[in-house]
Design a protein around this ligand. Structure first.
Ligand code: HEC
Length: 130
């Protein structure tokens, strides 16, 4: 009799703790979903043209001016022209295309990094109609 009571108590504890555990696991999943790699030195998103940005855009000011902004390719081009006209930025020459490729890909208004990661493991269900 005593053993049965202890067994029932034990089962009760398991029942109560189970739902909480699964909620915590779900939360961990969504936190891990942001896999964008950032360069530790500059905070810039890592991709194959990052070295161009490091060479052309880090001499005069913080890279925060880049990471805090979202412009279209044309918008970035205008910023570059503006710095060339007013702030002694040099002609980028052959570097301009990879620089703009990088900025458009990672820091445009529609860049994937500007959005949250897509939801995973969505369980769809049918709505019943009366
Ligand atoms: C020769 C120096 C120099 C270089 C190199 C340079 N900038 Fe700038 N940039 C400036 C100055 C000066 C400002 C104005 C800073 C301020 O307002 O505090 C500025 C401002 C900016 C801003 C803010 C513009 C705004 O509207 O507020 C952005 C974005 C920017 N730079 C991006 C870049 C990018 C991208 C590159 C690489 C292609 C780059 N900069 C390279 C001098 C430079």
């Amino acid at each position: 009799m005593k053993t049965l009571l202890i067994a029932m108590l034990g089962a009760g504890i398991v029942f109560q703790t189970l739902p909480e555990t699964s909620v915590t696991e779900n939360r961990a999943d969504t936190t891990l979903a942001d896999t964008t790699k950032k360069d530790p030195e500059t905070g810039l998103i890592v991709d194959e043209n990052l070295y161009m940005i490091k060479a052309q855009c880090t001499n005069c000011h913080s890279t925060k001016l880049i990471t805090a902004n979202r412009f279209t390719r044309d918008g970035w081009k205008q910023k570059i022209r503006w710095m060339q006209a007013n702030h002694n930025l040099w002609e980028l020459g052959d570097a301009e295309k990879p620089v703009l490729d990088y900025l458009e890909k990672n820091y445009s208004p529609t860049a994937s990094a500007a959005r949250r990661a897509p939801l995973k493991d969505i369980k769809w269900y049918k709505l019943e109609q009366n």
